[in-house]
Design a binder for this molecule. Structure first.
Ligand SMILES: Cc1cc2nc3c(=O)[nH]c(=O)nc-3n(C[C@H](O)[C@H](O)[C@H](O)COP(=O)(O)OP(=O)(O)OC[C@H]3O[C@@H](n4cnc5c(N)ncnc54)[C@H](O)[C@@H]3O)c2cc1C
Length: 403
């Protein structure tokens, strides 16, 4: 068990190491906005990523043999906080797409020793990016309706079908895909989870252009694409269990980095005072806005404490559960409300898309507001989380949905 004295010592060690190793040339680099891909990053960026990977601190709780540092959750939290405090960042999770947050933890749980040795080190070093081929044009919330076929051909599966909304598919080296391996079985019983390289003739990606001009996702087509049988994750036709776990990891990852309490951002109440002004006693001039900001700050704090409690109850183990659905919905509500409040206090300054009359902070706020809308859709929509909460946590009867 890690004592608080051990943690204090570790905190000092991490702080020193980050101060010494984080290149000053990367000060101010905005990981979110600059969305790094392997091609676009500088030498300093690569050196910093490599330094973190060598310590295993990009994926601190993963076993050492697969590129992690074998640390506890409290130690991982110390690393996160010290990195943020120094104005630095951990580039490894975003550079792996879905690798660190979803695919890696699922391979750790379901993978064979051979699969762990093959796939995890490339994720832990931040060099291999993964996308996920789950959704299809007629299979989103009702994912088990998926129809992409995988036919057994000796030592490989041959895939045919279409995926949609595959985030980062055009820049990923690997894809984790759910496919139908037994068309005769009941829909959840005939699905498997396969891993396949994106750089092959049978895989085509087409960018989906958004109204903002950005294209973060693709339509992905499999035309006789090949997935090696050694890359079947979990048992044949038991892909539904694998994907359910993977989605819990996704929700978990969306709850533990609360957008509403970013360390490096000016607190909402201070921002509001600058835009709206203060009364003589220094309080925010608009009492109604003041109340709503307090409500949001309390919700953010309650969310943060609940995440800590659930982590502590899991005794430092990385345990994901149905509670991830509650936390995903509460995180979404906190972040969406915060984005609404920020736009409201900024007024017209908060709705500009580009132009010198808007500060970086103002341009970020409108993008955060728009992205907030997607939060209640990706990783399973808010309504689907409510269905999971009602069935798996509250024990209420099934919904009327068939399947
Ligand atoms: C930013 C972003 C990134 C994404 N990245 C990926 C990715 O990388 N890979 C991938 O495979 N997919 C990805 N997706 C797709 C995402 O998983 C789906 O959009 C999501 O699961 C919802 O499915 P759908 O869009 O088909 O909506 P639908 O299933 O058509 O749902 C439409 C509406 O109906 C509601 N609804 C549907 N069924 C029920 C029900 N039984 N009870 C109550 N309400 C219901 C939904 O909640 C929703 O509000 C991404 C989506 C977004 C927004």
């Amino acid at each position: 068990m890690t004592t608080s004295a051990d943690l204090d010592g570790f905190r000092a060690e991490v702080s020193d190491w980050v101060q010494t190793n984080f290149p000053s040339a990367l000060n101010g680099f905005d990981l979110g906005a600059d969305s790094p891909s392997e091609k676009g990053v500088s030498g300093e960026f690569r050196a910093w990523r490599q330094a973190l990977a060598d310590k295993g601190w990009g994926t601190p709780t993963w076993p050492k043999e697969y590129g992690g540092a074998g640390l506890s959750d409290p130690e991982a939290k110390v690393i996160r906080r010290e990195i943020a405090k120094a104005g630095a960042f951990n580039p490894i999770p975003p550079m792996t797409g879905m690798g660190v947050t979803m695919v890696g933890p699922t391979i750790l749980e379901y993978g064979t020793d051979e699969q762990k040795a093959k796939h995890l080190p490339g994720i832990a070093s931040g060099e291999v990016r993964w996308c996920l081929g789950l959704s299809e044009p007629n299979a989103g919330s009702d994912l088990a309706s998926l129809s992409t076929k995988a036919v057994d051909e000796g030592d490989a599966f041959i895939l045919n079908g279409q995926k949609i909304w595959t985030s980062g598919a055009h820049i990923s080296q690997w894809c984790g895909a759910v496919v139908r391996t037994d068309p005769k079985a009941k829909k959840r019983d005939g699905i498997s989870f396969v891993m396949l390289p994106m750089d092959q003739k049978g895989v085509e990606t087409r960018l989906i252009k958004l109204i903002s001009g950005a294209s973060p996702f693709c339509e992905t087509f499999f035309n006789d694409a090949r997935a090696d049988k050694k890359d079947l994750l979990g048992d044949l036709n038991d892909g539904w269990s694998v994907v359910k776990r993977l989605l819990q990891h996704e929700r978990q990852s969306q709850t533990s980095a609360p957008a509403a309490v970013k360390i490096d951002q000016e607190p909402l109440q201070e921002q509001a005072k600058r835009y709206v002004g203060t009364l003589q006693d220094g309080t925010l001039a608009d009492p109604d806005l003041r109340l709503r900001i307090v409500g949001n700050l309390m919700d953010a704090e309650a969310h943060k404490l609940t995440v800590s409690r659930i982590t502590a109850e899991a005794k430092g183990q990385v345990k994901v559960s149905a509670a991830a659905s509650i936390l995903k919905n509460s995180m979404t509500r906190v972040a969406q409300t915060k984005a609404e409040l920020t736009l409201e206090m900024m007024g017209n300054q908060g709705i500009g898309w580009e132009g010198e009359q808007f500060s970086d902070e103002e341009l970020r706020s409108v993008r955060d507001w728009l992205m907030g809308k997607a939060m209640s859709i990706y990783g399973g929509s808010a309504e689907i989380q409510n269905n999971i909460i009602s069935k798996n946590i509250l024990g209420l009867p099934e919904t009327t949905q068939q399947g």
